[in-house]
Ligand binder design. Structure first.
Ligand code: PGA
Length: 262
């Protein structure tokens, strides 16, 4: 059974004291749910202090990015090696990295490989732009992004990683995808994994939806077979909205179990 995963991507928001306050509030407002994994992705600067503050029974940490070389003359970069023992996950290939910082397909492939080399799970982001969607190229874009990023991996690795379907047009726009759109993309991604890496990898890989996720929309996505959780940007910066997403996911789970109690 794939465990539901909810990741809060704080992007370039919150200094150390703001981050500490948000963690404090989240720890008060998010309960421990055995069947839901909750991950916070703060800035590089705050990973270390947060690792001390965080209640590990409730949250895991993710880095938002890392460089694929293990060490060397790479001014301004932090390696996956340096994040060992600190971050459980690293977000790789976020559309902001692809589009603002020019990360290309081979670089993202190298980052996924570096992630596994260093014992950190990648959360690989894939998704099409509005233009690509309008041109009917969504599947082709997903195919190319997956083919490159996963090219050096084994089925055993792919089954443990996370893939986030994030249509670029839905990120930070309030223009959330329709569950049917996510359903088509997620089923394409799982089908690709099945064709290339086999049944077990396809059954176990977790696939998230991301892009303008707020509490009101999550039940619609959780009802889509194969959506295993969310990558949340803006709504993860406020403890009420993020706790609302986690707690409402738990309510959905209870409904599936036929139990309406808390
Ligand atoms: P958003 O960001 O929820 O603010 O749209 C999602 C993301 O970039 O992962």
């Amino acid at each position: 059974m794939r465990k539901i995963l909810i990741v809060g991507n704080w992007k370039m928001h919150l200094n150390a004291s703001q981050a500490s306050l948000l963690v404090h509030r989240l720890q008060e407002n998010v309960k421990i749910y055995r069947d839901i994994e909750v991950v916070l992705a703060p800035t590089m600067l705050t990973l270390q202090p947060m690792s001390v503050q965080l209640d590990r029974r409730k949250f895991r940490l993710a880095a938002q990015n890392a460089y694929f070389k293990d060490e060397g003359a790479y001014t301004g970069e932090v390696s996956f090696t340096m994040l060992r023992d600190l971050a459980h996950y690293v977000i790789v290939g976020h559309s902001e990295r692809r589009h603002i910082f020019g990360e290309d397909l081979p670089m993202i492939r190298d980052k996924v490989a570096a992630s596994f080399r260093n014992g950190i799970m990648p959360i690989l982001c894939v998704g099409e732009t509005k233009q690509e969607k309008d041109d009917g190229e969504t599947k082709q874009v997903l195919h190319d992004q997956l083919m490159t990023a996963l090219s050096n991996l084994t089925g055993d690795e792919v089954e443990r990683m996370v893939i986030a379907y994030e249509p670029v047009w839905a990120i930070g726009t309030g223009d959330v995808a329709k569950p049917a759109q996510a359903a088509a993309a997620v089923s394409y991604i799982r089908g690709y994994v099945k064709d290339v890496f086999g049944e077990k990898a396809a059954a176990d890989v977790r696939i998230l939806y991301g892009g303008s996720v707020v509490e009101d929309v999550i039940h619609g996505f959780l009802n889509v077979p194969g959506v295993d959780g969310f990558l949340v940007g803006g709504a993860s910066l406020n403890y009420q909205s993020f706790a609302g997403i986690v707690n409402s996911t738990r309510r959905w789970q209870r409904e599936q179990e036929g139990d309406n109690g808390e």
